[in-house]
Design a protein around this ligand. Structure first.
Ligand code: GDG
Length: 737
């Protein structure tokens, strides 16, 4: 049975070895909870690192680790100490993490980190290879595994692969700094579905794809080698009920049953009824803006002295990545700042900052959430920030105020919070003041609105939503493979071809017989192509027709003395073997005088674009312009042309980064029909990759064998992947003769 494979850097397990004894406990983090609905026993597998290096696990314990992981439907990806050093602490956390959070000054560009990153991604791919089966869906998580989608896709082209990035995707101007930027993008584009928390991250990603790889993006889809890659927004939610219900039950507990921390908080409030708790919780990370938050709190005490003795900042910092330099430096800075504020403002009855540098158990987290009047979360950059959502979920009487940095993904969904710029110390101080003075009704309205939203789009919904989208991609793939001209079908077609006595083959050129080139003059026919066409044309039962939108210049040079029929300019010019070129009669080209100046105007005001004049059409090419400017101008031009051609028999063709204007009474379809009308032909075939070939597919009689090169939707009866497969298929036809 097809299964789901979830892949993340770490397994959702805590594995410990003490006195040669192994203990394994499932972890309860956000991702593990979210995946509950997806990671069901029996039909899913979770691949990741156990947290113990190969050096830390004795050979005799290895099997136990495997077995304990297997019990939770998990598979360990074995990593060595060196892997963890260079791949995790190195490239992931000293290169990608700072760069993607816009901390370019902390970003290290070390080749050996990169090499290890690639190697470890390959290690993950090796483990995937041992477990993947046809029809499986793969969901890869986060920035440590950005090369993995491509590594899997290369080996298993039919697998459905989803990727979700939990951190921001930076703007192009920042991303382009990375020496390995194209490799990272290509790695990600191995996925069929790429998810982000916010639209900003998605558009930054698209901008980099467009500018660095030159791919065209339509709405939220990219087509590469005929494969559709979709990207979408999935703002990660939380397990709302877990936080809300825990908070309700903590508050309902009798005083003696409450946790020690809760009792302490209660006691404090009893002694000092005026006290107001302001809470901040984060991993100790430079992205979280902890120092600026402390400066802002200090400034608040200066600016609003009436709150001295009342407002207490409870600051929980969870130790993280302690062996990275910046984290150690930051820890000392925070210690110093807390010391300074407490030293300057403390009284016998009041300490302004309560600072915890450790992780607390879940119950205590809830105690803090539910007992605090305000949550103050000021990251400089944060992919989402789940703490903001958890704080709101834990407010039981709908009171409480959230102050949230506008640089977090969560801010996009939580506009009822007081949103602040984390670098504006004065504005944060004012926000604290506003929060503490906010009337209860206003607090209730704000919290209620946010709670309703969080309840609806909880983490399970998030995972289901992503997963359903991935399923859709898989269905789309299945549909495409349904039309695939398989080898067996090629032989069936070859039998009909063999039986027929009079055959005509319409074959497009660029992208069908040869690879498409940026400069069409360079797309010369290879000797293989010539051999195949010559062999087909040598059989008197066959008529080989090359149909193209090109003008006749290049074809005249390459195929002049060949035994094939050439149709160019979408059917306006035609050359039969041994004869001269003929032009379709009555094609008006006077319109060029009207259109050419318009196209030239766009050429002048859009650097990198140029106008090509063909015999029967005019083309404005923008593939060398700034991609975003090019697309914008192309849309403008299309609008202008649409109104200009209203009273003419003209049509606009949009091809790969070009806009072409041509007479509407010429088309490949019409040209093909002219060739077969009135003749008795018992085998008709058309092959093409372009959308102008669709006219041929539609107009030819139903019994014609029509083949679309590429996997996108088409009126053709069959699909074939690329031009190489076309050549292969033509050889199958030849062999049948
Ligand atoms: C990354 C992205 C994105 C914290 N202290 C304790 C504790 N926590 C829990 C919180 C929360 C989680 O840790 C922290 O989540 P965040 O989202 O705030 O931040 P990151 O760890 O940086 O996560 C982030 C996230 O991925 C998801 O996509 O939102 O932007 O950076 O769930 O509750 N839990 C316990 N004790 C603590 O002391 N038990």
């Amino acid at each position: 049975m097809a299964k789901t494979i979830i892949i993340s850097n770490r397994l959702p397990l805590q594995i410990k070895i003490e006195n040669e004894e192994l203990t394994v406990t499932p972890s309860v983090g956000g991702l593990a909870t979210g995946m509950k609905s997806v990671h069901k026993a029996g039909d899913s597998l979770w691949l990741g690192w156990s947290g113990l290096t190969e050096e830390e696990i004795d050979d005799n314990l290895k099997a136990d680790v495997e077995a304990a992981s297997a019990k939770e439907a998990c598979v360990n990806v074995p990593l060595t100490q060196d892997d963890v050093e260079n791949f995790y602490y190195g490239f992931s956390n000293k290169t990608i993490w700072p760069l993607f959070h816009y901390f370019t000054e902390y970003t290290e560009y070390q080749q050996d980190y990169w090499v290890k990153y690639r190697e470890v991604n390959e290690k993950f791919a090796e483990v995937v290879a041992k477990h993947i089966e046809p029809g499986d869906k793969v969901w890869i998580h986060d920035y440590q595994l950005m090369l993995l989608p491509q590594l899997i896709k290369e080996r298993y082209p039919d697998s459905a692969i989803g990727f979700f990035l939990h951190i921001p995707f930076p703007s192009f101007e920042v991303f382009r700094i990375l020496p390995w930027r194209t490799e990272i993008l290509e790695g990600l584009l191995g996925a069929d579905l790429i998810g982000f928390h916010t639209y900003d991250y998605e558009r930054h990603f698209f901008s980099s794809v467009r500018r660095l790889l030159g791919y065209e993006i339509n709405f939220n889809e990219i087509i590469i080698n005929n494969r559709i890659i979709r990207s979408d927004i999935f703002p990660m939610g939380i397990d709302y009920d877990k936080f809300h219900n825990a908070s309700v039950s903590q508050q309902r507990k009798s005083v003696k049953d409450r946790t020690e921390l809760h009792q302490e908080l209660d006691k404090h409030q009893l002694v000092n009824p005026e006290v107001r708790f302001i809470l901040s919780i984060d991993r100790l990370d430079y992205t979280k803006g902890i120092q600026k938050r402390l400066y802002a709190f200090e400034h608040f005490l200066e600016k609003y002295p009436e709150y001295r003795g009342q407002a207490t900042l409870i600051m929980l910092c969870v130790p993280s990545r302690q062996n990275v330099d910046q984290y150690q430096r930051m820890k000392s800075e925070i210690d110093e700042l807390v010391g300074r504020i407490n030293g300057n403002y403390s009284t016998i009855n009041w300490t302004p900052v309560w600072y915890f540098y450790r992780a607390l158990p879940f119950e205590n987290l809830i105690d803090l959430y539910s007992s605090s009047d305000v949550a103050l979360l000021t990251p400089i950059r944060d992919g989402m920030n789940l703490v903001a959502k958890e704080y709101v979920a834990a407010q039981i009487d709908s009171k409480g105020v959230l102050i949230l940095s506008e640089m977090t993904g969560a801010a996009k969904e939580m506009s009822e919070a007081i949103l602040i710029n984390p670098n504006n110390i004065d504005a944060i101080a004012d926000a604290i003041h506003e929060a503490l003075a906010m009337p209860a009704e206003e607090q209730i309205t704000r919290i209620d609105t946010m709670q309703n939203r969080l309840k609806r789009y909880n983490v399970e919904k998030w995972a289901d939503d992503f997963f359903n989208n991935l399923k859709e991609v898989q269905e789309q793939q299945a549909l495409q493979s349904g039309k695939k001209l398989t080898e067996a079908m090629q032989h069936e077609v070859a039998k009909d071809f063999h039986k027929a006595k009079s055959r005509i083959l319409f074959i497009n050129y660029d992208g069908t017989l040869v690879a498409e080139k940026e400069n069409p003059q360079k797309a010369k026919p290879t000797s293989e192509v010539i051999d195949i066409l010559d062999t087909l044309a040598a059989d008197s039962h066959n008529e080989v027709v090359i149909v193209s939108g090109r003008d006749k210049k290049a074809f005249d040079k390459w195929f002049k003395d060949k035994n094939y029929t050439l149709i160019t300019d979408y059917g306006a010019s035609c050359k039969e073997p041994g004869k001269e070129w003929t032009e379709a009669e009555g094609i008006d080209t006077d319109w060029k005088k009207l259109i050419l100046p318009v196209l030239e105007f766009y050429e002048d005001r859009t650097p990198g674009t140029f106008v090509e004049e063909k015999n029967y059409s005019l083309v404005w090419h923008y593939r060398k312009s700034d991609p975003e400017l090019g697309v914008g101008r192309a849309n403008e031009l299309k609008d202008q042309l649409t109104s200009l051609i209203a009273n003419h028999d003209l049509e606009i063709l949009e091809a790969n980064k070009s806009i072409e204007v041509k007479n509407s009474d010429t088309s490949k379809g019409k040209a093909a029909m002219r060739k077969i009308n009135g003749r008795s032909i018992d085998f008709i075939m058309a092959i093409g990759n372009d959308w102008t070939d669709e006219q041929m597919f539609r107009e030819l009689p139903d019994e014609a064998v029509t083949v679309k090169v590429g996997k996108t939707t088409s009126s053709a009866r069959y699909n074939i992947s690329n031009y190489k497969n076309v050549l292969q298929f033509l050889k199958v036809l030849i062999a049948a003769e």
